[in-house]
Write a protein that binds this ligand. Structure first.
Ligand code: NAD
Length: 251
């Protein structure tokens, strides 16, 4: 059997309505998984499901829109998934917001925003699924970090700080959950051509491209492929890793 075959597996992807998350949903569906995508609003979830119904008719995909920063809401959503599908094999904590404003314009509320979604929501997801994964004999948690978790960035300081924290959660939970058969890894995307990057000013995009040896921004599918590999049995001895998928960028 193809070890990248996810038939019979249940995969949850947060921030699954567009960008890296949507490509990740698609990649798992194409390998036979049942996928539940999370989005921030009912309308964007419905739109993503409609798009998938057209591109992948008959695919086993469902959607939910819990407030990821609300631990109870996340727990309820995961419980509903377990009730309906019986298990959760893979959780991809992908939803996140980026920031680039200078410290002189940066507010404490901005800092809270980055920490709430990029860190607390990741914790909430991990916290909600680990009892299920332990009870079923194992599972995989994957987190979306960033290249800035290695270098920091020149502005928008809360964003890299939040991704350093994602790496900390990844490495710590890998150590704690390994004995329960739960692997925990992160992918650190480089500059990936999604809405998030399209929103960056041209003056910001140009020097970024020059710093990438492969001379192209990443595609969302490049990151999705890394998630599929890390979720698969082929990565069965990999845990606590932060895998850079960044075209070799040197900042
Ligand atoms: P995107 O803006 O295209 O998508 C973000 C996703 O997060 C969407 O599905 C959105 O619904 C969800 N989301 C945003 N705010 C939310 C909220 N408050 N509650 C619930 N969901 C919310 O971004 P993307 O580029 O696909 O980014 C996905 C992840 O990749 C993020 O964690 C981001 O930090 C990380 N990342 C992206 C890049 C890049 O270059 N695009 C680089 C490094 C890391």
């Amino acid at each position: 059997m193809d070890s990248l075959d996810f038939t019979g597996k249940v995969v949850v992807v947060t921030g699954g309505t567009r960008g890296i998350g949507f490509s990740t949903v698609t990649a798992f569906l194409e390998r036979g998984a049942t996928v539940v995508l999370f989005g921030s609003r009912e309308e964007t979830v419905a739109k993503a499901l409609q798009k998938l119904a057209e591109s992948h008719p008959g695919a086993a995909v469902d959607g939910k829109w819990p407030a990821l920063t609300d631990a109870m809401a996340v727990q309820t959503a995961m419980d509903e998934i377990v009730k309906k599908y019986g298990r959760i094999d893979v959780l991809v904590n992908n939803a996140g917001i980026s920031q680039s404003q200078s410290i002189y314009d940066y507010t404490p509320a901005d800092f809270d925003k980055a920490m709430d979604l990029n860190v607390k929501a990741v914790f909430n997801g991990c916290h909600a699924v680990t009892p299920t994964m332990r009870a079923q004999g194992g599972g995989v948690i994957l987190n979306t970090s960033s290249m800035v978790s290695l270098y920091g960035q020149r502005s928008g300081c809360g964003y890299p700080a939040s991704k350093f924290a994602v790496n900390g959660l990844t490495k710590s939970l890998a150590r704690e959950l390994g004995p329960d058969g739960i692997r925990v890894n992160a992918v650190a995307p480089g500059v990936t051509d999604t809405d998030m990057v399209a929103a960056l000013p041209e003056a910001y995009r140009k020097p970024l491209l020059a710093a990438i040896p492969m001379r192209r921004f990443g595609g969302a599918e490049d990151i999705a492929n890394a998630f599929v590999f890390l979720a698969s049995d082929m990565a069965g001895y990999i845990t606590g890793a932060v895998l850079s998928v960044d075209g070799g960028i040197v900042m």
